[in-house]
Write a protein that binds this ligand. Structure first.
Ligand code: UDP
Length: 367
């Protein structure tokens, strides 16, 4: 039996890890998975509900590290993850995406020669002001197995000189998740009058630091939302709520704020929405999986193929662009060609991990 340690800490990582963890369990992989939750997201509706609804095994270790600055959190996580890796002696470490938990896991493992597998490798915004960009670039360069969602992501890695033998295109785990959990989608329990969901509505999420921590941008985005001729459901991230309250920004009457919802409720909301507005990476893709047009509230995106096909428009934090994109996207018809794989990314990841272990090629991280 080979031993794998999985590091998770934030909402999108729970969704991705649910898919891979299930594939590890169901495909007689000969891999024992140990889950470490760093505690980066700790509110019950941002963490526990995902473990429960998506049937993710209870974490073996919970580090309880959240709420601090990037440096403080990352440093504390490195220390605690090393304390687990040393006695557990895993055959490799599995990390997801681009959070501080991802980078902390990669740094801790690389220093003690534990090979790293990175799911969602190769994404780039080419904006180094984003903490996520720093996390993903560094993690990719420390990893021995780079599991990419698209050929475009693989090309990004080639451009940075990463050896092709380490890269494998596996598709997107979030597509697997939508296919697998789609039939369990359920209406959210909210105080919002259910009539709103019967009519046309847009779904919006805002949580990225570049928007929440810049009051002018946040104000402009909310102004754009208020100008749209449609009801907007906004499951509000705790950080966004905090900034709106501190800056005393008034919301338009068409905006219905609800608490963050669980994944099954989110799929339900996404499927029925006429439009999605978001600064989330995952939600941009999910909009596409549900064939819902998307306005991205950022100046650039890692998911460039969605902009190329016209399903996603970048509006940044510009109220006018938000309104004009709304007009341009209505009636958009989605092409049928799959962009993010065939819904078997979980199995492909397990295959890649097994192939790596069986090759006996456990070269030191980053070599
Ligand atoms: N999500 C959710 N409930 C919410 C908001 C988001 O279940 O209230 C899910 C969403 O469907 C996606 C994931 O959380 O699967 C995306 O997480 P987030 O937007 O926090 O991170 P990002 O994808 O930007 O890294």
């Amino acid at each position: 039996m080979k031993k794998l340690i999985t590091i998770v800490g934030a909402r999108p990582q729970f969704v991705k890890a649910a898919v891979v963890s299930r594939a590890i369990r169901e495909h007689k992989s000969g891999i024992q998975e140990i889950i470490v939750h760093t505690g980066q997201h700790y509110d019950p509706n941002m963490s526990d509900i995902f473990f429960h609804e998506l049937d993710i095994p209870k974490p073996h270790f919970h580090l309880g590290i959240g709420g601090g600055s990037h440096g403080k959190n990352t440093g504390r996580m490195i220390e605690k993850i090393e304390e687990i890796l040393l006695p557990e002696k895993p055959d490799f470490l599995l990390v997801y995406g681009d959070t501080d938990s991802t980078l902390a896991g990669a740094i801790a493992a690389s220093k003690i020669q534990v090979p790293i597998a990175h799911v969602e490798a190769g994404l780039r915004s080419y904006n180094r002001k984003m903490p996520e960009e720093i996390n993903r670039v560094l993690t990719d360069h420390l990893s021995s197995i780079l599991l990419t969602p698209t050929a475009h992501a693989s090309r990004n890695l080639h451009k940075e000189g990463i050896d092709d033998s380490k890269i494998r295109i596996v598709g997107d785990t979030m597509y697997d998740a939508v296919l697998y959990y789609g039939e369990h989608a359920k209406a959210p329990t909210t105080s919002v009058d259910m009539d709103v969901f019967e009519k046309d509505y847009a779904l919006c999420t805002i949580h990225r630091a570049e928007n929440t921590d810049d009051t002018a941008r946040l104000r402009e985005i909310l102004q754009g939302l208020a100008s749209l001729p449609i009801s907007i459901i906004l499951p509000m991230h705790p950080r966004t709520r905090n900034r709106i309250e501190t800056a005393d920004i008034q919301l338009g009457g068409n905006i219905h704020v609800i608490e963050p919802v669980g994944y099954l409720e989110m799929i339900w909301l996404q499927k029925r929405a006429s439009l999605i507005l978001t600064d989330s990476g995952g939600v941009q893709k999910e909009a596409y999986f549900h064939k819902t047009p998307c306005i991205t509230l950022r100046d650039e995106t890692e998911w460039v193929e969605l902009v190329d096909i016209g399903a996603n428009m970048l509006a940044g934090a510009d109220a006018e662009k938000i309104v004009s994109s709304f007009g341009k996207l209505s009636g958009f018809s989605f092409p049928d060609d799959p962009i993010y794989g065939n819904g078997d990314a979980g199995e492909q990841i397990v295959d890649a991990l097994q192939a790596y272990m069986n090759s006996g090629d456990t070269h030191a991280p980053g070599n």
